[in-house]
Design a protein around this ligand. Sequence first.
Ligand code: SAM
Length: 315
Amino acid sequence: MSRIEQIELYPGIFGKTARKPVNVATVPLRSPFRYPGGKTWFVPTFREWMRSLDRNPELLIEPFVGGGIISLTALFENLVPGVVMVDLDEDIAAVWQVVINGDAKWLAEKIGSFELNGDTLKEELSKRPANTRERAFQTILKNRTFHGGILANGSGIMKYGENGKGISSRWYPKTLYKRFMNIDSIAGKIDFRRVDGLGVMEEFADNENAVFFIDPPYTAGGKNAGRRLYKYNEINHRRLFAICAELKGNFLMTYDVSDGVKAMVAAHGFDMRTIPMKNTHNNRMFELVIGRDLSWFPSLPRSPWVAKRGDASRR
Ligand SMILES: C[S@@+](CC[C@H](N)C(=O)[O-])C[C@H]1O[C@@H](n2cnc3c(N)ncnc32)[C@H](O)[C@@H]1O
């Protein structure tokens, strides 16, 4: 499972009808990745934000897309007609490139027919990928058999896995097959780019029909989580905030809670809220949600921390 797991959010947090805690098992798991820092737990808030907009956006820009759950949700739920997904990581990029090249079915079938064991895994990962398709397959294999799904340098194959199932504990070929086949059906609405996300934000800065969901690696204010989890993690956070201030379209950012980030929020006159989540060690944590005007953001009722965890088994 990704570094960040969904916690059950507070009763009533998502509007009048949602008196019960939001259960992550009710959030459709559409990404083929188990991505460190993945935002599945944020999907209900993302939907709420989209509903709060006073006009329907024509484009969602995700400059740090990673496993892509937010963009995929936006497309599958018809919240936007198209998305621009951006990530610098070559391994992640290979998977999204395969999707937009029309090869998602090839990847689905390759996964579906692969017999995973220690020997086949080592043999497959020792190959030098000859093309993007092979690199994409290796990425999915690594993402599903490495500790925490981490692809960054220094990561490696998990020894024990979960439930003592070792390398197979996160290898769900049938589920992955279905996810890629589903993604294939919306591939025509995806524009993926392996470039700097900040540059893409600047490119679309004047587009008032674009909205931006921004989830950068968390390295601001001396925090190190992003360094361990991602190969590309050096972000100029000040520049990112300055670009946000220039965007004609609406934006929503997530960050870890730090004084440095709060100072940048204040300096630009942005609005912010904290949102609860849990990490893989089941520790309670908060993240910051940042935007121009978060008056739509549901306020928290008094009693926090509903302990029940989401259904982790399908990730
Ligand atoms: C916090 S993760 C995003 C997780 C994503 N929201 C999800 O749900 O899976 C940040 C991502 O930014 C990517 N990244 C880092 N620097 C980048 C840059 N300058 N431009 C584009 N992507 C970058 C990393 O490779 C990583 O995948």
